[in-house]
Design a protein around this ligand. Structure first.
Ligand code: PGA
Length: 251
């Protein structure tokens, strides 16, 4: 049975004080999670202080990392550094990294491998742009992103993967993908995993939907057959909204 997952992506938001307040308010609610995991992916500089306050009902993750363990990469953060903060999860290949910072399918693949080598659980983001969708290329783009990313991984690693389908046009726009379209993408992702890594991996891999998710629409996605959770940006910044989504997933 796949555990549900609600992941917050804070992006470049919140000061240290705001982040601490969020965690204290969230923890004060004493949410008992049964079949759900909740994760907050915070800016690097906040990770250590948030990890100290994580518990059964909330884990901390990072939003990106470099694929090298160390070296002359000014301003970058290595997987080894992330691991030393105590985080368990890391988002890899978010569309903002791809579209604004020039990350490619190949660098995403290197990062994915580096995450496993450092005992971090990667949340791999895939998804097409509006232009690619209009050109009828959505499936092709997502399939290529996923296939290149998992190419060098063994079946055991692929089985533990979390894939987030995030159509770029749905991110931060208030226009989420329909539950039918997002589930169709999730089914396709599971099929690709099955082809590359077998039935066991396809059954166990967790697939999230991301793009304008909030407490009003989360249920639509998690009630589908192949979507196991959500990756949430804007709506995850308010503690009441995030806690509500976690509670709905945990029902
Ligand atoms: P959004 O962002 O929820 O604000 O649309 C999602 C994401 O970028 O992961």
């Amino acid at each position: 049975m796949r555990k549900k997952l609600v992941v917050a992506n804070w992006k470049m938001n919140k000061t240290r004080d705001e982040a601490l307040q969020f965690i204290l308010q969230y923890n004060a609610q004493d949410i008992a999670l049964e079949n759900t995991e909740a994760v907050v992916c915070a800016p690097y500089i906040l990770l250590r202080c948030l990890v100290k306050r994580q518990g059964q009902s909330l884990k901390i993750g990072a939003q990106n990392m470099h694929y090298e363990q160390s070296g002359a990469y000014t301003g970058a953060i290595s997987p080894a550094l992330l691991q030393s903060t105590g985080v368990q999860y890391v988002i890899i290949g978010h569309s903002e990294r791809r579209n604004l910072f020039g990350e490619t399918n190949d660098t995403t693949a290197l990062k994915l491998k580096a995450a496993y080598d450092n005992d971090l659980t990667p949340i791999l983001c895939v998804g097409e742009t509006a232009e690619q969708r209009e050109a009828g290329k959505a499936r092709e783009v997502v399939s290529e992103q996923l296939s290149i990313a998992i190419k060098g991984l063994d079946e055991k690693s692929i089985e533990q993967l979390i894939v987030a389908y995030e159509p770029n046009w749905a991110i931060g726009t208030g226009k989420p993908a329909s539950k039918e379209d997002s589930n169709e993408a999730a089914v396709m992702i599971r099929e690709i995993i099955k082809e590359k890594a077998g039935k066991g991996a396809a059954t166990n891999v967790r697939i999230l939907y991301g793009g304008s998710v909030d407490s009003k629409n989360i249920e639509e996605y998690i009630s589908t057959s192949d979507i196991d959770g959500v990756l949430v940006g804007g709506a995850s910044l308010k503690v009441s909204e995030f806690a509500e989504m976690v509670k709905i997933a945990n029902k």
